[in-house]
Design a protein around this ligand. Structure first.
Ligand code: N01
Length: 492
């Protein structure tokens, strides 16, 4: 039986209206493709920047570079902008590019399944609504399933207790006894803020992390006014910080060399600013800098040296109504307990059920570990793409830049479908295996295997990050390599 004819108006379903889903919409529209819908389970765009509203939230990538390349923001107030500014920026871009008319809010996708008869994806929402798509893009993000710690008695705590990504703004903080569990990027940003507001702050630091000292100066008003007036003046900032990240930390995390040595020294120097040797010992990591995500903070070590702050490395025994009891028998009495315990970064599109041709599910395809093709595709799953999916995070780089590479790549496939060159295409198993083999061969060069545990490592023990220089991501996704795809043309 001949394959169906060309899909000149391909239906495209984008799951998630975070930074990457909205970006893809903008790029599709630029390509003259308007037949797309962005499904968003929340009531607003923004993903992680919508969900995280904790005090001290900021982006640890310079904002001039943590922007869409085509939409500089003259209004950034600081080198590293606070979270609410980033969400404001994403809201403005969504409106400026007319994306709201394409977004369906409050719609949660439950099931995505390939219908072989009709050569299309069938999508079912949690309310039972069904729709078809010629191309499906999972732009569901990486860090959106809060990870709650398994600590005995957590539910018995009598004060306020919440995850950092589910901040309860009704709870007063000033002058109160606050506990924070976790010293990742979130715990560090929280500590840097709450140390100056809490009556007492207990920081439960199971594993200390290295902290890179980066100042966070304010952009003076006259400069912001100038950038507002002359749009072209925004370009050098994007260019400069892009190169700074690419040739600096972008090299340091994936290869030996002067950048890694310098970053290492700067972290160690930063730590040496902690005067009390006992506190310094508590804050000294056992692994190498950059083994986990490099934390960037100009204020953390000042914050932990505030008299009201206690860094507790003793193991947490249990939580009781009055507070946290550690293994040394001490009860740390608290009014508020914040769980800065991270996210399940390996959940990917879960709980969505995804079933490809032949009834093969994504869970089955990834039963032995996540295997993607060039961060965007999966062998045997046609017309299905990921944004910020497996191995997408490029160590301490702007995820917006990463998403832009992926959006341009996906738009090229959408164009091919629209122009009748392709009905469906899926990466071959051979190309996927070759890519994964090359990636794994590169992993030992990275800093992520130097003996630490973090969300960076997958269940197969390999990092979930991009192990090459950032520019290779751009090169690899510059144009689809058709020889690495099983392509079916319309009507064949
Ligand atoms: O989470 P994490 P995060 N008892 O997983 C501890 C991004 N981000 O939310 O190391 C005690 O890094 C755990 O301890 P250990 C960024 O990509 C970006 O901070 O497992 N402690 C660890 O200290 C980042 O990588 C920005 O021993 C427990 C902490 O909780 C990612 O989000 C800002 C525990 C979790 O650290 C996640 O960062 C913020 C337990 N039972 C975040 N369970 C930007 O600036 C867990 N921990 C862009």
């Amino acid at each position: 039986m001949a394959a169906p004819g060309p899909r000149t108006t391909p239906e495209i379903a984008i799951v998630g209206a975070g930074m990457s889903g909205v970006l893809l919409g903008i790029r599709l529209r630029e390509a003259g493709i308007e037949s797309f819908t962005i499904y968003e389970k929340g009531e607003e765009i923004g993903g992680t920047w919508r969900d995280n509203t904790y005090p001290g939230l900021a982006c640890d990538i310079p904002s001039r570079f943590y922007s869409y390349s085509f939409a500089p923001n003259p209004e950034w107030t600081r080198l590293y902008s606070p979270g609410p500014e980033i969400q404001d920026y994403l809201l403005k871009i969504t409106d400026r590019y007319g994306m709201r008319e394409h977004i369906r809010f409050g719609i949660e996708i439950a099931d995505v399944r390939f219908d072989e008869q009709r050569e299309r994806w069938q999508i079912t929402t949690t309310s039972g609504e069904r729709t078809d798509a010629d191309l499906v893009v999972c732009a569901t993000g990486l860090l959106h399933h809060p990870r709650y710690p398994q600590i005995e008695g957590l539910e018995t705590f009598a004060g306020a207790c919440f995850h950092s990504a589910r901040w309860d703004h009704e709870v007063p903080l000033d002058g109160r006894r606050i506990g924070i569990i976790g010293t990742g990027s979130t715990g560090v940003q929280l500590t840097s803020d709450l140390a100056y507001r809490a009556g007492r702050l207990d920081l439960f630091a199971r594993t200390p992390q290295w902290v890179f000292p980066a100042p966070n100066p304010e952009y003076p008003r006259p400069l912001r006014a100038l950038l507002q007036r002359f749009a072209g003046l925004n370009r050098p900032g994007y260019w400069f910080w892009g190169r700074f990240m690419k040739y600096g930390i972008g090299r340091a995390v994936v290869e030996e060399g002067p950048q890694r040595r310098l970053a290492d020294r700067m972290c160690r120097w930063n730590l040496s600013r902690v005067k009390d040797p006992e506190l310094r010992a508590k804050l000294t990591p056992q692994d190498q800098p950059m083994c986990k995500r490099m934390i960037v903070s100009p204020r953390y070590y000042d914050a932990v040296q505030q008299p009201c702050v206690d860094v507790i490395t003793e193991r947490i025994e249990r939580v009781e109504p009055q507070g946290v009891r550690t293994a040394d028998g001490v009860l740390h009495e608290l009014d508020v307990l914040v769980l800065a315990t991270g996210f399940d970064a390996h959940a990917y599109i879960k709980p969505i059920e995804l079933t490809g041709p032949g009834g093969r599910t994504l869970d089955e395809a990834w039963a032995d570990g996540v295997r993607a093709y060039r961060t965007v595709g999966v062998a045997g799953f046609p017309n299905l793409f990921f944004m910020l999916g497996p191995h997408s995070p490029v160590g301490n780089q702007s995820l917006i830049r990463v998403a832009e590479d992926q959006a341009s790549y996906i738009v090229q496939w959408a164009r091919r479908i629209r122009d009748g060159e392709v009905l469906r295409a899926a990466p071959t198993q051979e190309a996927t295996d070759a890519y994964n083999d090359a990636m794994r061969a590169q992993m030992p060069q990275t800093a992520w295997l130097s003996g630490c545990q973090s969300w960076y490592l997958g269940k197969d023990g390999f990092p979930e990050l991009w192990p090459w220089r950032p520019e290779r991501h751009e090169e690899m996704l510059a144009e689809p390599d058709l020889s690495e795809f099983d392509v079916v043309a319309p009507g064949r």
